[in-house]
Write a protein that binds this ligand. Sequence first.
Ligand code: AHM
Ligand code: MG
Length: 337
Amino acid sequence: EEGEKVNTNIVTLTRFLTEEQVKHKEATGDFTLLCHALQFSFKSIAYYIRRATLVNLTGLAGSMNTTGDEQKKLDVISNDLFIEAMRSSGKCALLVSEEEEEIIYFRDAKQARYALACDPIDGSSNLDAGVSVGTIFAIHKLEEGSQGTKEDILKPGTELVAAGFTMYGASAQLVITMRGGSVNGFTLDNGLGEFILTHPDMRIPKKRAIYSVNEGNSHYWEDNVKTYFESLKKPSEETGGKPYSARYIGSMVADAYRTLLYGGVFAYPADKKSPKGKLRILYECAPMAMVFENAGGQAIDSHMKRMLEVVPENIHDKAGIFMGSYDEIEKIKSFHK
Ligand code: AHM
Ligand code: MG
């Protein structure tokens, strides 16, 4: 029969992780189990976000406004789902979440050797409008002999074992990378309930004339940041006589995902109003920087320092960030000389 060519050789995230584990002879399987718990939290968050949108739509159709509450609950639900997934995995010793003031220690998990940082729902201001949001995660390994302390998480991104994010858009897209490895993208097949490898070995284009920044803050920008973004709006030969295009969703995960696929730059610079920037180092900047570097791009802070080398002093510390195509970040550095 025509048109019935079913691919029976699908690489699911489970298969991918198992194959990765085999490549590392010293691997105990703990990391794989941790990732299984992670993917379950992504699937359930994706599920609740889809349901919340439905609740919203019926709300709009005439019933009383329960939407505000429902939506706020999503931040909490996602945070709780993530925490429970990590706790029950038995592989996570401690967790930093954007939604939690303090570090959560899972003292019952005696054998746990990993420390996690996460933003359960990044871009939540977009939730009410049904615009893409995401979960960002960063995985560190405990120091040899450590039972899990804050020193195990207050580390630079260069020490990360793995990092990535899931974007909840038209479909859920999971992007994951491991230290020194490539970047791989998976799409959640809702029918199968599995993440399928759809974007193997993602490489960010070397350049592309797209910039992504909240220009509403430009009044507060430092002069070299202003000059750089102004320069992009002048038609240049380099870009075929056209200026750059502006694209800003306001969900870092969605803006980062597009930038990864199309190229260009995403920035949230430190400015006069927020001298330390807005985005958080542990669960926003560092994991994204790892993804971008492993895909052949770059990520730097507002001092033009490599983002992965920035060491936070406190778990919720912030940094300015520029990340994107290799050439574009070089250009930004040249504007800061
Ligand atoms: P959140 O974690 O509270 O949602 O905030 C982080 C978000 C990022 O996703 C996004 O890049 C940025 O904040 C948008 O900020 P702004 O509204 O100032 O442009
Ligand atoms: Mg966030």
